[in-house]
Design a protein around this ligand. Sequence first.
Ligand code: MRU
Length: 359
Amino acid sequence: MPLKDLKIRPIEWVDERMSLRWLDTRLLPWQEVYRETRDYRRVARAIVDMEIRGAPAIGVAAAYAMALAALHPEPRSVDELYSRLERARKELASTRPTAYNLFWALDRVWKRFVQELGRSSDPVKLAHAVLDEAKRIHAEDVETNIRIGREGAKLIEDGDTVLTHCNAGALATAGYGTALGIIRAAVEEGKRVTVIATETRPLLQGARLTVWELKKEGIPVKLVTDNMVGYLMARGLVDKVVVGADRITRDGYVANKIGTYVIAVLAARHGVPFYVAAPTSTFDLNLEGPNIPIEERAPDEVRTVLGRLRITLDDVEVLNPAFDVTPPELVTAIVTERGIIRPPYAQTIPKVVGSGRGA
Ligand code: MRU
């Protein structure tokens, strides 16, 4: 699907101004505000502050941020371009530590740059090669999501109620989405699907973003608070769980939004299939076991509701891990653009993801 045909385009490259434009997801669902910049540091800030969020979207934005660093101001020498890209890569890599697509995209852009260095000594041409790679990553992400959707839709039956957590939709990717891509594809095939969206404290990605996306497309959605999941499953009101991922290890440990692990435990307890949807760029084949780096965010995210309403004492100590890790034995299957991966993951993941990626 060409980028211009997407219903929701959270990230756009603006050729006329050689700038990056994105939808500020912090303000949804109340306001649809687009931001635009030619400054890669502004993109880094947008990632830290979660104007842009969701692992694949972070990867695409970081790739474009490298292009901005390369293009503005016009580089006068290869040395200058090299050190500018080296610095930008470092700064961008420190924005959000769990999302593997960030590191994957930065590596891919860097590798392309180094490859082009062997072919050209024109710094402007080299900067444009960096932009070209970012555009490829962007376009591929949409194609990847559509393939994930098509594969994952095979798991969804007509009449299913599917629970999802956080937002793994168009707003978390270049468009279409991973977990919500599966739901979109199932609906496009004519299946009737109802979605249960968990609100996803502390930053309410489910209540704000998943609900906004699904409502926009007329897909039936019911919002619940995070602590209602056990009751709903015990009552038989959830047929399947589909969530996204921030990082998946080579043996199938899945880091995703805090609260995912609780849902996976409950799903196992109640015999509800628990599916993870992710592009192969989310797999960290260098890592095994549960020790995935987990981002700890500012305490005020927990002490307040979106910074607007204080819900506790100002000086209470807070824990705010942004992600948790679900062990492979709780994951029924992982849907990728290369097909559905099933246990035993330590064998199946390297086979499916390792081929053609040189990890
Ligand atoms: O903190 P966030 O909002 O960036 O967390 C996002 C998630 O946990 C998503 O499920 C994950 O990045 C996959 S998005 C396709």
